[in-house]
Design a protein around this ligand. Structure first.
Ligand code: GLP
Length: 260
């Protein structure tokens, strides 16, 4: 796990966009894994700016979203399908049919989850997965207790996550209880995972998954087993890390050719 600590989210956006740009230039048909939440927004802003300014090309790329609420009607502005479209994919030239979302309104959710996994597999798997982290250490919507080998499936949300996400709805009562999410086993198959966390409210979760034991109680800790995981943090999110100085020293002395 490589931990990179930078002053703020602007630098995080640039670093992550550099990695995504390098991937697209080397492999124009790359498969990107997209996350919702506020953490990845600086990345999407930077990629949209590079598309606009430098013509960064997404025309052959594919994208798979991590998760979706169950029970929101199609087109609901807070459904993750809409959020991903609004925040990112509508701002670059990715083909809309190449953007895949778990289907939270399918009549047969287990079948829809299997087809989602098959579609990812058919395209050769995810090259680079963007992730945020919940205050309870969840990634995607894999709440504490999720199997570390889980695949795309329906899950229940913990009350804390519903509270955290209530800001996007008119009231807590509107926040769905159920979601569909890529599993931890699914996420672990991405060739490169890049997790972004900012703000003091994430410091404990960051400390737990980076430096604590690998355990289902902190789902993001499974990334300790990933061969290519990058953790991009601002100072506040990094503030509880025991080895912060070591991570800074390592990154400052990293040869430029290595990239992320
Ligand atoms: C939601 C999403 C996660 C995201 C998390 C944190 O629960 N399902 O993918 O990482 O929120 O969001 P934020 O980045 O807004 O803190």
């Amino acid at each position: 796990m490589e931990v990179v600590i930078v002053p703020g989210s602007k630098q995080i956006g640039k670093l992550a966009a550099d990695a995504i740009e390098a991937l697209l230039r080397r492999k124009p048909q790359a498969v990107l894994g997209l996350a919702t939440g506020s953490s990845p927004l600086p990345i999407y802003d930077e990629l949209a700016a590079r598309h606009e300014r430098d013509g960064l090309d997404f025309s052959q790329a594919h994208a798979f979203a991590l998760d979706e609420y169950v029970g929101l009607e199609r087109g609901h502005p807070e459904s993750y399908r809409e959020v991903i479209r609004r925040e990112f994919t509508s701002r670059v030239n990715i083909t809309p049919e190449n953007v895949h979302n778990p289907d939270g309104s399918a009549a047969d959710i287990p079948a829809a989850c299997s087809s989602y996994e098959e579609a990812m597999h058919a395209l050769g798997g995810v090259d680079l997965q963007i992730l945020g982290v919940g205050t309870d250490g969840h990634i995607g919507f894999n709440e504490p207790g999720s199997s570390l080998a889980s695949r795309t499936r329906i899950k229940s949300l913990i009350e804390q996550t519903r509270r955290d996400n209530a800001r996007f709805f008119n009231s807590m009562a509107e926040v769905p209880h159920h979601v569909v999410t890529q599993g931890l086993g699914t996420i672990m198959e991405a060739r490169h995972v890049m997790l972004v966390a900012t703000g003091a409210q994430k410091a404990q979760a960051v400390r737990d998954f980076v430096e604590g034991p690998v355990s289902a109680i902190c789902p993001a800790s499974v990334l300790q087993f990933h061969p290519h995981a990058t953790v991009l943090l601002d100072e506040a999110a990094a503030s509880s890390l025991k080895l912060a100085d070591f991570y800074r020293h390592t990154y400052d002395n990293k040869p430029g050719w290595q990239g992320l």
